[in-house]
Write a protein that binds this ligand. Structure first.
Ligand code: AP5
Ligand code: MG
Length: 229
């Protein structure tokens, strides 16, 4: 008998994981690539921020951890992504932005509905010098309504500090403040960076120089994954 998840196995579309430290440009590139490939972008940071705004049990648990720059427990993230990848819109591919970011999460991913063929997954490891990461994070501004991202110098909104799409007032993410950024970078070094070696051996792994204009990074990504539909 054919199971409900059989179509995703029979016709796997592009599946992409973005690795890289905070501020490397994962979200910026993931959003563009998702539009280019017509597949969903699944940003765990955005999902958690939405849960916080909505005051759900997940949001209440994640909020205080995220604010300080820590990582939310693996079991919560694994459950959340397993459920999300079961969605019909993921059957033809997806972009993961922010997951996995620990070894237990990477192992959990391989037991999931759409995550079984890890050898077929594109993994982009976006790297940027630390000094530039700090510049990007301190200048980032964010729309709390639609989650669009800007930068005060290199990607400013058209008008004052208002979102181009929503007109909402842009704010600084709580975890983009100095102390939380230091903790996020330390968490990245200790718990996420080991995934580079993990995926080098298991997936279609590519190191990507993220210290270039957005268009130039995007051009390299599309050359690797191929054109849109
Ligand atoms: P998340 O929202 O995923 O944050 P992050 O990984 O720290 O990454 P950022 O969103 O800060 O950076 P980015 O690489 O997306 O860069 P962006 O494109 O915005 O996670 C937040 C928190 O949620 C975590 O700390 C954790 O608590 C929790 N969480 C999420 N997932 C989890 C998981 N799996 N497990 C446990 N906890 C989890 O770009 C940054 C800035 O630079 C922007 O202003 C942008 O305009 C600019 N920029 C981008 N590209 C360029 C470029 N090429 N040149 C110049 N400027 C650029
Ligand atoms: Mg992001």
């Amino acid at each position: 008998m054919v199971g409900v998840d059989a179509p995703s196995r029979a016709m796997p579309g592009p599946r992409v994981i973005f690795l890289g430290p905070p501020g490397a440009g994962k979200g910026t590139q993931a959003a563009r690539l998702a539009a280019h490939l017509s597949v969903p972008r699944i940003s765990t940071g955005d999902i958690l921020r939405e849960a916080i705004a909505a005051g759900t049990p997940l949001g209440r648990q994640a909020g205080p951890i995220m604010e300080k720059g820590g990582l939310v427990p693996d079991s919560l993230l694994i459950g959340l992504i397993d459920e999300r990848l079961g969605g019909q819109d993921c059957a033809r591919g997806y972009i993961l932005d922010g997951f996995p970011r620990t070894l237990p999460q990477a192992e959990g991913f391989e037991g999931m509905r759409c995550g079984d063929a890890v050898a077929e997954v594109f993994v982009f490891n976006v790297d940027v010098p630390r000094e530039e990461l700090l510049r990007r994070l301190s200048g980032r501004r964010w729309c709390p309504t639609c989650q669009s991202t800007y930068h005060v110098d290199n990607n400013p909104p058209k008008k004052d500090l208002l979102c181009d799409r929503e007109g909402a007032r842009l704010i600084q993410r709580e975890d983009d403040k100095e102390t939380a950024v230091a903790r996020r970078l330390a968490e990245y070094d200790a718990r996420t960076a080991p995934l580079v070696e993990y995926y080098k051996r298991r997936s279609r792994f590519h190191d990507i120089d993220g210290y270039r204009p957005v268009e130039s990074v995007f051009g390299e990504l599309t050359a690797i994954v191929g054109g849109g539909r």
